[in-house]
Design a protein around this ligand. Sequence first.
Ligand SMILES: [Zn+2]
Length: 218
Amino acid sequence: MEIVRLHLARLDAFNQIPVHGFVIKHPRAGAILVDTGVGWPTELVKEWKVVNRHAADALAEHDLSPADVKIVINSHLHFDHCGQNAVFKHAPFYIQRSELDRARKEGGVAAQWFDFAEARFELLDGDSDIAEGVRVVTTPGHTVGHQSVFVDTDGGASVMIGDAAYTSDIYRDVDKADLSTWPGQHANRRDWTRSLKKVHKMRPRAIHFCHDTRVLGS
Ligand SMILES: [Zn+2]
């Protein structure tokens, strides 16, 4: 199965990191989108100095349109991962129940963006198959209901790790990583470390990051 990376935004106030979404081109289920970037208007999150893009424009670069997306998976419900969910209101949103609970309690801009009236949530309680060869694995720690997406690709499983690790360096070094310029990497350090070690143990063939253009191979 092919994984296509979308460049959705850049956060100039946070180490100028990119914001990626991913499309899994599934032979039967259609396009599966992992994360939807930052929403509009960006004045709502102006402290992040967002250089934003429309998801439809990012998809068009790959000859895809929002209507091609049949399923959306949100790794978690921070503003830069669910901001354009409403562009895909025809699709179900696969998220962990604990993450929806957390994000609704927290409220704020992210909740405005993911909790629109017609939103159809498919709530998950733990590791789950989404389509043949596509499954989510819980990786709590960044948020309580964070999940990563594993996809069968040639030569093994590849993972879209979400914000379980912001960067490839953090993924590689785990608890030895220098997080001094990365506030918010973990809400719960013990769970976060355990989640990253769990992914390491699964020996993914490739690791794709939301906020790092490097792709790690193991
Ligand atoms: Zn993020």
